[in-house]
Design a protein around this ligand. Structure first.
Ligand code: NDP
Length: 460
């Protein structure tokens, strides 16, 4: 492909993004960040195949099909009426019903959900399964609320959301702040309103239709992807290696669990207040008890293991995070977006880190990714590495539709196969487009082709 044409295309894309940002100033920065990354990756494809421009695929793909925004009123335990905002961003259903999680966190706004929904289209396409992309949630904070308050909120949220979802239309799942408890309450309300027992949500508890390993799927999937990537790139496996993991939620805990199972030594975890560094390896049972049962702060960890270190946020390095300043072979950012900065990336490189796999959605800043690619680290972007969650959600949809139940082993085997499939197709695409070893470009090109070809075939 002529370099001049590619450079021209990249410049055109950057100009277009610049104009777009200028006209929507101060709005939705994370969304632009996600779109920009994809567009720069697919520039070679846009040059090679004119159909994508003729059919205006980029412009059509960057705009959600619809954004639903609604008021959620509920009563707290002190009989005070509270008001939150609920959203569902139905981004693109070219490949299948809208699918993507719900996030309950005070930082939730339309821009964050647009970024997550946009990423979800690509992630879902990479699985090769028939699912479109969506995301939703609310600025409601489940932290510190009683079970009864969470139930009241979920019921009220679903009273509006149920109008827009269905097993063949839109199937939400969990995300930050939405686990089995919240999905259970949401499902219960949907069932009451509609008098149907439909597979309309995934991530349900397994005693009423949930997949046996949906909670584990994202974390386990990240580790399966990493093992495959290391093999493809001719690197050593994770067994016996020190690993740094951030987060202490669903994705982080099951990443840690699988790493331990494979003989690796995860030595860190984090929450929004601080970092635990336990050089002998994280005590996963204690962590699960703290986070899943007691919903406690990580500070509690050192009460049981005083030999471990607790580093509060106030003591993090300037512009960075303590967790990425610890010597490790492999890093797994599993907390939230933009939690791994350029400073962090440079520290990881300096400390000899060989691979970085994103469990969270877009946890590395663009500057951090540049550092990884420049230093030839094996870098697994979120849309490929953390697709295990949505893949198992799709299996759950299949099981619900067929009124069947699969064993843990069946789901685990299918998950492993899916992660291996994604990894190989991303690596092969990168090679085909002359960017061998670049999993960011490989993932974006591979997913874009699948969605864009289907959009062309379906017409406008
Ligand atoms: P959880 O709510 O279970 O856990 C989130 C973790 O991240 C908590 O430890 C939380 O700490 C920490 N965290 C959240 N926000 C911040 C912040 N602003 N700064 C520092 N720490 C923060 O969420 P999940 O584990 O489900 O999700 C984690 C990430 O993985 C998200 O990016 C999500 O979109 C992504 N993901 C999740 C999937 C899933 O199946 N659950 C699927 C694919 C991606 P604290 O408790 O103190 O707030």
């Amino acid at each position: 492909m002529p370099t001049s044409e590619l450079t021209k295309m990249k410049k055109k894309i950057i100009d277009e993004i610049g104009n777009f940002k200028e006209s929507h100033r101060f709005e939705h920065d994370v969304f632009y960040q996600a779109v920009e990354e994809v567009l720069l990756s697919i520039a070679p494809l846009l040059v090679a195949d004119k159909r994508y421009n003729i059919n205006a695929i980029v412009r059509r793909l960057a705009v959600p099909d619809r954004i639903i925004k609604f008021k959620v009123e509920w009563m707290d335990d002190n009989q005070n009426i509270q008001v939150n905002t609920g959203y569902r961003v139905q981004f693109n259903n070219t490949l299948g019903p809208y699918k993507g999680g719900l996030r309950f966190h005070p930082t939730v706004n339309e821009g964050i959900l647009k970024f997550l929904g946009f990423e979800q289209i690509f992630k879902n396409a990479l699985t090769g399964l028939p699912i479109g992309g969506a995301k939703g949630g609310s600025n409601f904070d489940p932290k510190g609320k009683s079970d009864f308050e969470v139930m009241k909120f979920c019921s009220s949220f679903m009273r509006e959301l149920h109008k827009y979802i269905g097993p063949r239309m839109d199937v939400p799942a969990g995300d930050i702040g939405v686990g089995g408890r919240e999905i259970g309450y949401l499902f219960g309300e949907y069932k009451k309103i509609t008098s149907t027992f439909d597979g309309v949500l995934t991530g349900k508890p397994n005693f009423f239709g949930g997949s046996l390993m949906r909670p584990q799927a994202t974390g386990y999937g990240v580790v399966y992807f990493t093992e495959t990537m290391l093999e493809v790139e001719g690197k050593e496996t994770l067994a016996g290696k020190i690993c740094a993991v951030s987060g202490a939620g669903n994705v982080a805990l099951y990443t840690i669990e699988k790493l331990i199972e494979l003989g690796a030594i995860p030595v860190t975890c984090t929450d929004s207040k601080g970092t635990i560094y336990d050089a002998r390896g994280v005590d996963i049972e204690l962590l699960q008890d703290l986070k899943f049962n007691r919903r406690a702060s990580l500070e509690e960890y050192v009460k049981v293991h005083p030999e471990a270190q607790y580093i509060p946020v106030s003591e993090y390095p300037k512009g960075g995070h303590a967790v990425w300043n610890i010597e490790c072979h492999a890093a797994f950012p599993c907390a939230t977006q933009n939690e791994l900065t350029e400073v962090d990336a440079k520290n990881l490189v300096k400390n000899g880190c060989v691979s970085v796999s994103e469990g969270a959605n877009m946890p590395s800043t663009p500057e951090a990714i540049e550092v990884f690619l420049k230093h030839k680290l094996c870098f697994a972007p979120a849309k490929a590495a953390n697709a295990g969650g949505v893949a198992v959600s799709n299996f759950e949809m299949g099981q619900n539709a067929a009124m069947q139940r699969w064993t843990f082993e069946e789901v685990d085997n299918r998950l492993k196969e899916t992660m291996q499939y994604i990894c190989h197709s991303v690596a092969d695409t990168a090679k085909e487009y002359g960017v061998e070893g670049n999993y960011v470009d490989g993932a974006n090109i591979s997913a874009f082709k699948k969605i864009a070809d289907a959009m062309i075939a379906e017409g406008i």
